[in-house]
Design a protein around this ligand. Structure first.
Ligand code: AMP
Length: 419
C-alpha cells in the first residue's frame, strides 16, 4: 500500500493525515480501514503502538465527513487514553467538525462537558463511568450514535466496566457499526463480541500475547534491600526518557519523591491525583521537563509518548497482560525500546505467569535435580543476587521470547545500550 489515497479517502483527509506525518498506513490500518469503510464490524487485536488509533480514527473521520447525520462514540478505559485519542482524532477531522466533539471523562468539570454536549457533538470520546453519568442525567442521548469503538476492551472489562459498557451500547442507534479492539481475547471479550458485533471481520496484527518486536527485554534479580539502589544504578546507566512501573499509588508517590530527593527528575502519576494535576504531569513529561515518570498500571495505560526509551518494572504487574501493555509504552511506531524487569524473591509466581504468556509454546524446563549439598532450585542467596555479573535465576525462557528476554549482566557501568 503506497499511501492513504488508495482507500478512496477524500483529498482533504489525506492531506490532514500527511500533516500529521501519516504517509503510509501501518499494517493494522491497512487491514482495518478498508473493512471499516465498507461498513463492516471489526474484532481487532493489535499490539500497542501499531497505529490502532488511526485504524479506527480514519474511518470515523471519513464517516463524519461524508454523512452529516453520523455520530461516533469511542470508549476507552482511562481518562488519559480518552484525552489522547480525542486529540489525535480531532486533527483528522475537517475544520467544520473539529469543534463538534465532547470528551466525557471522570475528574473533569461537568460544566465544560455540558457545554460540549450542547454543541450536538459528532464525536464523543470518553470513559464508561462518565458516559453513563451523562446518560442518567439525560445530558447525553445516544440514539443517533451509529458508530462505536471499544478501545482496549480487555482493560475496560478488567476495570469492571462490563455492565456499564452494555448499558451504553443498548442506548445507541441501530443499525450500528462497531469496532472492538483488545490486546488479548479472553472469554469475556468473545462474549461481548458475540453479543454486540454483527458478523465481524477479524483483524490481527502480530500475536496477541507478544509485545512490540523491537523492545529489548531484560530481567534482573533483586532483593528488598538492594531494590532501590539497583534502580538508581539502572537509571544512571541509561540515557533517555524512562517510565518506572510500581504496584500502588502510595508506592508511586514515595518512589518519585525519593528519586527527586536523590537528584533524579521524577514525577508520579496515579489515579488518586486530581485530573488537572494528571494532565499537567503528562504534559510536562511529554515536553521532557522531567525524565522519569513513576506510574501505576491504570494511569499509564495507553500513554503515547514517543520519546520513552526505557520501561522499568520496579514492581511486577498483578496481571500478566499488563506486562505487555507496560512494555508497549516504549518502542512506539517502530522506534527501539528497552524493558527491564526487577524480580524480587516473592515474584516467582508472577514472573512465571508473564513468562508463560510471552512464551506460550515454551516447553517447561525440567526441575533441577538437587545438586551436592544443594536443595535443587536455585534461590536468592542471603544477600540476594550476590556479586556483579551474576545473572538472574528465575523462569529462564526455554528459548528467547520474540524480542528476546536477556538475563541482565549487572555491571553498574554506564552504558548507552541496556541490552
Ligand atoms: P497508536 O498505536 O495508535 O497509539 O499509535 C502509535 C504511534 O504511531 C502514534 O504516535 C501515532 O501518531 C503513530 N502513527 C500511527 N499511524 C501512523 C502512520 N500511518 N504513519 C506514521 N505514524 C503513525
Amino acid at each position: 500500500m503506497e499511501d492513504f489515497k488508495e482507500f478512496g479517502l477524500s483529498e482533504a483527509l489525506v492531506e490532514r493525515l500527511q500533516h500529521m506525518g501519516f504517509e503510509k498506513p501501518t499494517p493494522i490500518q491497512e487491514q482495518a480501514i478498508p473493512l471499516a469503510l465498507e461498513g463492516r464490524d471489526i474484532l481487532g487485536t493489535a499490539q500497542t503502538g501499531t497505529g490502532k488509533t488511526g485504524a479506527f480514527g480514519i474511518p470515523i473521520a471519513a464517516r463524519i465527513e461524508e454523512n452529516p447525520e453520523s455520530v461516533a462514540l469511542v470508549m476507552t478505559p482511562t481518562r488519559e487514553l480518552a484525552t489522547q485519542v480525542l486529540k489525535q482524532l480531532q486533527t483528522m477531522l475537517s475544520r467544520r467538525t473539529r469543534d463538534k466533539v465532547a470528551l466525557l471523562i471522570g475528574g473533569d468539570p461537568m460544566h465544560k462537558q455540558l457545554r460540549q454536549l450542547r454543541t450536538v457533538p459528532r464525536l464523543i470520546v470518553g470513559t464508561p463511568g462518565r458516559i453513563n453519568d451523562h446518560l442518567r442525567r439525560k445530558s447525553l442521548k445516544l440514539s443517533k450514535a451509529d458508530f462505536l469503538v471499544l478501545d482496549e476492551t480487555d482493560r475496560m472489562l478488567d476495570m469492571g466496566f462490563s455492565e456499564q459498557i452494555e448499558d451504553i451500547i443498548n442506548k445507541m442507534a441501530t443499525p450500528r457499526q462497531t469496532l472492538l479492539f483488545s490486546a488479548t481475547l479472553p472469554k469475556n471479550i468473545v462474549r461481548i463480541a458475540d453479543t454486540y458485533l454483527s458478523n465481524p471481520e477479524r483483524v490481527e496484527v502480530g500475536v496477541t500475547s507478544a509485545p512490540a518486536q523491537n523492545v529489548k527485554q531484560e530481567i534482573v534479580q533483586v532483593n528488598d534491600q538492594e531494590k532501590y539502589s539497583t534502580l538508581i544504578s539502572e537509571l544512571e546507566a541509561r540515557s533517555g526518557t524512562v517510565i518506572v512501573f510500581v504496584k500502588t499509588k502510595l508506592g508511586a508517590d514515595r518512589l518519585a519523591a525519593r528519586l527527586w530527593e536523590d537528584g533524579h527528575k521524577a514525577r508520579a502519576i496515579h489515579g488518586d491525583l486530581p485530573q488537572k494535576k494528571r494532565d499537567r504531569v503528562i504534559a510536562n513529561y511529554r515536553s521532557q521537563k522531567f525524565r522519569i515518570l513513576v506510574a501505576t498500571d491504570i494511569a499509564a495505560r495507553g500513554l503515547d509518548v514517543p520519546h520513552i526509551e526505557h520501561v522499568i518494572n520496579y514492581d511486577l504487574p498483578q496481571n500478566p497482560e499488563d506486562y505487555i501493555h507496560r512494555i508497549g509504552r516504549t518502542a512506539r511506531a517502530g522506534a527501539e525500546g528497552h524493558a527491564l524487569c526487577m524480580i524480587g524473591p516473592r515474584d516467582r509466581g508472577k514472573w512465571n505467569a508473564i513468562d508463560r504468556l510471552m512464551n506460550p509454546d515454551k516447553v517447561e524446563p525440567q526441575k533441577r535435580r538437587p545438586g551436592p549439598g544443594g536443595k535443587g532450585k536455585k534461590r536468592f542467596g542471603k544477600g540476594g543476587p550476590r556479586g556483579k555479573g551474576k545473572t538472574a535465576a528465575l523462569g529462564k525462557p526455554a528459548r528467547p521470547a520474540k524480542g528476546g528476554f536477556k538475563k541482565k549482566r549487572f555491571s553498574g557501568k554506564p552504558k548507552k545500550q541496556a541490552a
